[in-house]
Ligand binder design. Structure first.
Ligand SMILES: Nc1ncnc2c1ncn2[C@@H]1O[C@H](COP(=O)(O)OP(=O)(O)OP(=O)(O)O)[C@@H](O)[C@H]1O
Length: 232
């Protein structure tokens, strides 16, 4: 589903003439199979978010290849990647990234508008999705009127509404209390088991790492360890 080959990346900071190169990822090789949950752990600054941003196409790799669903996405330009992203990738972020001036319904509906789906179909799909995450009765609430767990469920509903085969998550439970975290992890496992959605999740949190069929540790931009989970 996702294949990363010999991926290296660095950032260049500073003004011309006084530039510093910050090497971030070195020679990363990684495969995520269809229907797998792979979790990536590593200390702060080890390159986890950079790896996820490269797979998401938000940044372009300096070296190496990224394939997602048979498509060499590392060769796509911004417009083509945007199109590929809306069809294939869903995102869950620690900070939810909901639009505060839009209701729960409008936030979840947004990807369907971007996809050009008509009014009637959008209403039907959005209501179904809000029902699935248990928030239909909160559809007219703005993000500021919802709890952290409810906001994260809105963001998951928004990620799921276009039926993406892959969900990329960056610290998905980072803003949640432990009870809400447990609920969310259960939900992710159900989505994986029942809908076959593939997950690539980066986290600091052992409880999140444990839901991975495999856990990969990044250290200073290198994959240093891969652990297959015994509990899945
Ligand atoms: N846009 C950028 N420009 C320059 N340096 C960057 C940029 N983004 C990240 N870095 C650097 O790359 C390194 C890896 O950062 P990254 O955010 O990938 O780490 P991380 O493992 O996700 O950390 P955390 O767990 O704290 O989120 C860090 O040294 C960071 O300062």
């Amino acid at each position: 589903m996702i294949t990363i080959k010999k991926l290296s990346h660095d950032f260049v900071i500073g003004k011309k003439g006084r530039q510093t190169i910050i090497p971030v990822l070195r020679d990363i090789n990684l495969t995520v199979g269809q229907g797998e949950i792979v979790t990536i752990v590593g200390r702060s600054g080890s390159g986890k978010s950079t790896l996820l941003n490269l797979v998401s196409g938000f940044i372009h790799p300096k070296e190496g290849e990224i394939w997602v669903k048979e498509e060499k996405v590392s060769d796509l330009n911004e417009t083509k990647f945007a199109d590929f992203r809306i069809k294939n990738l869903g995102f869950i972020f620690q900070s939810f990234q909901l639009i505060p001036s839009m209701t729960a319904f409008q936030n979840v509906e947004l990807p369907l508008i971007l996809k050009g789906i008509n009014d009637r179909e959008r209403k039907k799909k959005t209501e179904e999705m809000l029902k699935k995450v248990g928030l239909l009765e909160y559809q007219d609430h703005y993000p500021g009127e919802l709890s952290g767990g409810q906001q994260q469920r809105v963001s998951i509903a928004r990620a799921l509404i276009v039926n993406p085969p892959i969900i990329l998550a960056d610290e998905p439970t980072g803003s949640l209390d432990s009870e809400t975290e447990a609920e969310l992890l259960k939900f992710i496992k159900e989505l994986n088991r029942d809908l076959g959605i593939t997950f690539l999740i980066i986290t600091h949190d052992d409880k999140v790492a444990e839901i991975g069929h495999r856990t990969i540790e990044l250290r200073d931009g290198l994959i240093v360890e891969e652990v297959a989970s015994l509990c899945n």
